[in-house]
Design a protein around this ligand. Sequence first.
Ligand code: NDP
Length: 497
Amino acid sequence: MTTVATRARPVEDPATGHVLREVADLSADDVAAIAARARAAQPGWGAAGIAARATVMTRARRWLMANTDGFLETICAETGKTRDDAQLELTVQAQSFAFWAGHAKRYLADERTRSRSPIAFGRRVIVRYEPIGLVGVIGPWNYPLVNAFGDCVPALMAGNAVILKPSEVTPLTALLVEEMLSDCGLPADIFTVATGAGPTGEAVVDKVDYVMFTGSTRTGRAVMQRAAASMTPVSLEMGGKDPMIVCADADLDRAANTAVFSGLCNSGQVCISIERIYVEAPVYQEFLAKVTAKVQSLRQGPPAGAGAVEVGAITYAPQLEIIERHVEDARKKGASVLVGGSRLNGPGRFYEPTVLVDVDHAMSCMTEETFGPTLPIMRVGDVSEAIELANDSQYGLQASVFTRDLEKGEAIARKLQCGAVCVNDAQVNFTVFDAPMGGWKSSGLGSRHGASGIRKYCRTQTVLLTGLAPKRDLHQFPYSALRSRLIGTAVRRLYGR
Ligand code: NDP
């Protein structure tokens, strides 16, 4: 990549505090130059066809699997996450390559129908999907492979050129992906990584035809506002405060294992982390005992080998302060800390896996996104109270319900105000690429995955074909009183019943 960037930014290992390397801090002019090259290259990629694009994605899947160590080391180094958390990213990314290589053809195939409209009756109608052109993907630091790059795969499969703006905190995985795609035969300038901070992201928003953003609600709003100036469509995947409801008839072992894993994996730095738990009173003590014992047994530290530790570092320095603030606020307002509750002394940034009880919605740990290894647990009188509390949130990304009665679980799910609900599970729907994943309320706009996850990167064109037809249709000029009466009678017969 040729750029005129002169500034550089250090990339730090959050688990040790060491600087790993420096990367270019691209200016708006650099981004404009990348966009111009991408636009020049895109028509060729768009014309190459889905099969040719799928071949590149299949090669990338194999490349990823052949170079797992390199990816694991890079992801662990720049995020401080455990080896097993990084492995999960690789697994889901490989699945993403396979899914989009296999499904893009079906989702983007022409849709043909015959119109039943009284005015266009019998006309052949084709709905077709054209690449939108140049897509900007702005990614977060928590999953540099799967959350930042993952959204590029359907955009590329749809025939677009893509500029990926990774978080300034975790650009190294994105640069490795750039190398991988080039090795796999992706034409030059179709995928470019624009390293830098917020201003680089703004420049990307200004230069692309579509923005896919993942990150905070605050920045998501700013991105949408900026994109409005050029009427650029956006898809926003933002924060969450995912609730978990544990009913009295739940399998408490499964519920406790899921709470601990889905609340604390990746140190809780997951948009679909379990961030608050509501437990029906009859099983509250038993559930609490199980969760507490499990959290006490977790090992924490810098990423070592596979299976070495369960909980890693806090990737982004300001996040540590947010976690501390939420725990302190809860303590001040009457919560008790049953496990953890402190940051560890350096080197590196670590916050202990933490269990909080006697919490309520006056505390920020129950209402604001913590994005850390905390599990606030609240006793509720019944399921109705749990639903009310779960919905008492500005967010609506995902939720979990635990009950042995699936019908009841589904009925509760239907009352929850969020984009996805797992019954007797959490988070796993992210790997169900067939189904849309997106948030309600301040959690997002649009969705990833499924048909809409690739069609959003397209311009839709409707082609209407009129074959055998009279010289003049009934509704065409010149108007006459007789034909007007005929049309009026027909419309009344059709719609007046
Ligand atoms: P941000 O929303 O600030 O950053 C997300 C991405 O947007 C990064 O690449 C960032 O670049 C970029 N960016 C920042 N400002 C702009 C801008 N004005 N225009 C365009 N792009 C911009 O998230 P943070 O990293 O600051 O994390 C803040 C909070 O977001 C966390 O505390 C957490 O609650 C939430 N979060 C949610 C995630 C999710 O998956 N939904 C993931 C990560 C965080 P740069 O990083 O270089 O500033």
